[in-house]
Design a protein around this ligand. Structure first.
Ligand code: CU
Length: 261
C-alpha cells in the first residue's frame, strides 16, 4: 500500500478514496495469500495490479469461478492470455473474467513504469475442481439408544445323560432258589431254570421217590436217596449246565430238568 502512496501526486480526497478502495479490495486477498488450501476452495479471486506488480501473481479458483483485476496503478495495464485475448484496464478500473473450464491459465500484465519504460508481469490462474463446497461434516448421528439388553436367558440345563447301565453281555441272573413238587410219578414243574449258585428244594408230596442225577445227568451229580412222603431234598448248583435227573423208582417216565445259567 505504501507503494502508490509514494507515487500519488493528486489531491488528498482522491487519495483517501483510493486508499479505502485498496483496503477493501485487499481484504479478500488476505486469506488467499495464506495458503493454497484456502484458495483452492474459493470460487472467485481478486488481483490487484499496483506499481507494475500483480498481487497476488497466482490465484486458484474453482471451475466456473471469476477472477477480478483492479488496476491500482497510474497507468493503463493490458492483460493478455489465450483465454480472453487482450484486455486493457484503465487506472482505477476493474475487469473480471469467468473461467468455465479447468486448467492453468497464464497471462501477462503489461504496463509502463513512471520512467516510461514498458514492464510486463506474468500471472497464473489455476482453475480446477467442480466448485462444490467442501462437504460439510455430516452431523454425528446421535447414538441410537442401545436397547436395554436383556441378558440372554441362561442356557437350558444340559440334561445329564443318563448313562445306560451297561448290560452285561450275558445277564447273569442273581441266584434265586426254586422249589419242585414231587408227586406220584412226576416232578412239578418238570423244567426249572435257575441262576448259578441257586438252591433247588424238592418236597415229596407223594409216596416214595428219589431225586437222582448220576452218570451223564449233568456236569455235577446229586442224589437224594429214598424220600418218604413229606421229605425234602435240596441241592445248590455251582456248575452251570443242564441237569436231567430222574426218580430211580419210576424212571424213565418220572424225570425232570434243571438248567443252571
Ligand atoms: Cu418215583
Amino acid at each position: 500500500m505504501m507503494l502508490f502512496v509514494s507515487k500519488r501526486h493528486t489531491a488528498r480526497p482522491k487519495f483517501a478514496l483510493r486508499l479505502l478502495t485498496a483496503v477493501v479490495l485487499a481484504l479478500p486477498l488476505i486469506p488467499l495469500s495464506g495458503g493454497a488450501a484456502i484458495a483452492a476452495t474459493t470460487s472467485s479471486a481478486h488481483v490487484t495490479f499496483s506499481d507494475g506488480m500483480l498481487q497476488p501473481s497466482s490465484v486458484s479458483i474453482t471451475t466456473g469461478g471469476m477472477v477480478s483485476w483492479t488496476n491500482d496503478s497510474d497507468y493503463t495495464v493490458t492483460l493478455s492470455s489465450n483465454a480472453w485475448g487482450s484486455h486493457s484496464v484503465q487506472p482505477d478500473g476493474s475487469w473480471s473474467y469467468t473461467f468455465g473450464s479447468a486448467g492453468t491459465y497464464t497471462y501477462t500484465a503489461t504496463s509502463r513504469t513512471e520512467s516510461g519504460r514498458s514492464t510486463s508481469q506474468t500471472g497464473t490462474v489455476t482453475v480446477g475442481g467442480s466448485g462444490s463446497p467442501p462437504p460439510s461434516p455430516s452431523p454425528t448421528p446421535p447414538p441410537s439408544p442401545s436397547p436395554t439388553s436383556t441378558p440372554p436367558p441362561p442356557p437350558p440345563p444340559t440334561p445329564t445323560p443318563t448313562t445306560p447301565a451297561t448290560p452285561s453281555p450275558t445277564a447273569t441272573p442273581s441266584p434265586s432258589n426254586a422249589s419242585v413238587m414231587v408227586g406220584d410219578d412226576f416232578f412239578n414243574p418238570k423244567t426249572v431254570t435257575v441262576a448259578l449258585g441257586s438252591t433247588v428244594t424238592w418236597t415229596n408230596g407223594g409216596s416214595q421217590h428219589t431225586v437222582t442225577c448220576t452218570g451223564s445227568c449233568g456236569p455235577q451229580t446229586f442224589d437224594s436217596g429214598n424220600m418218604n412222603t413229606g421229605a425234602t431234598f435240596s441241592h445248590t448248583f455251582t456248575v452251570a449246565g443242564t441237569y436231567n435227573y430222574v426218580c430211580v423208582y419210576h424212571a424213565p417216565g418220572m424225570s425232570g430238568t434243571i438248567t443252571v445259567q
